[in-house]
Ligand binder design. Sequence first.
Ligand code: FA5
Ligand code: MG
Length: 417
Amino acid sequence: YRHYSSSVKPLRKDFVVAGNSFVADEFTNITDRILSRIGRNLHLQKHHPLNLVHQRIVNYFYQTFLNSRRNPIFSVYDHLSPVVSVNQNFDSLLIPKDHVSRSKSDCYYVNKEYLLRAHMTAHQSELLSGGLNNFLMIGDVYRRDEIDRTHFPIFHQVDAVRLKSRDELFPNDESLKLFEDKGNTDNFGGQEKQSCHTLEAVKLMEHELKTTLEGLAKYLFGNVQYRWIDTYFPFTQPSWELEVFYNHEWLELLGCGIMRQPILTNSGVRDRIGWAFGIGLERVAMCLYKIPDIRLFWSQDSGFLSQFVTNDINTPITFKAVSQYPPCTNDISFWLPENVEYSSNDFYDLVRSEGGEIIEQVKLIDNFIHPKTKKISHCYRIVYRHMEKTLLQEEVTKVHKQIGSRAVSKLGVTLRQ
Ligand code: FA5
Ligand code: MG
């Protein structure tokens, strides 16, 4: 037996994520609560609303893109492990080394080499290297974020890639080309195309991409109003977002664009041009079924799940709240530590770890710098609400106090009275 005295913690700690063991290092910031949800795979659970949306999106691609024998051409990858390398999630997608999306305060790192994927696009390069031309990638993605009705640190995305050769894009004109030799493939946002592409190739790809996605929006939501917004992604150029007008507001449904050519060439694809997009499943399901709170997707309560049992994935379903229990709001104020780095996302994770399911919202409501000492004070409002019962103030007080003392011991803050 090896004994550690209680004051000396082993420096190297082994732990298991999705069936593989890892050694913690200074990058490790996954919490037990996050770990415990890996493998739930809500998108694969029969009759789950996210599974209904998943199936509808796959169906749309199966029926829209057929080969000459009338077989679907898209292949579906929905069992990919959520643990990916830094190379998969960022480098392979040309995301700059100093890009903010890489930071520890935005991502869940397993250690300095691996993280829980922050988007399904992380799998693009490996599937391209495998020689695929048309594919969908579906799974759970992980981002450290604020906590409210529409944000949860785990959500689900469908990503798609479609590549076309010169002959497929211009079957009737031998003289048209995909590429022109302009050498420069840098991505300076705002340009209408990458310099290696011909304008005619990009315009045709843009047209197919946009018609496909407008068709998907109609297939999901019926006749909705939509609009295209120019945007920027490091891995596509040009890039767009599709917004739909639903339940009286504009909703960002997806991001998309023409794939940056170096991603293809680095994966061994030299003779094709591609489009890609990524769409969030929770957003779609919340609108489609009028689900008011993103935490409901994690409910194992039959009152929730039984509402989505159907033999026809296209049946209109409107979620009905089983009952509404009152919220219980408590504030907490503290001085930030002076010599240690502090990020609000660390506090949000701590609140979620301590309070679990009864945390509805955490919001920074006051940020104050003491004029003399220059110390910084934060005040957060925490809304507690149980999905299935009325919370008593004394139960909440217990959790709230525990959050306070954990913030002191783990984050080095000093509570204010
Ligand atoms: C991306 O994740 C890109 N990888 C999408 C992409 C793929 C662009 C391929 C181009 C080519 P973004 O962070 O905007 O982009 O997320 C894409 C979609 O996921 C959003 O439009 C939204 O539907 C959903 N989404 C993003 N953040 C959240 C969130 N916090 N909660 C729920 N859904 C979210
Ligand atoms: Mg976005």
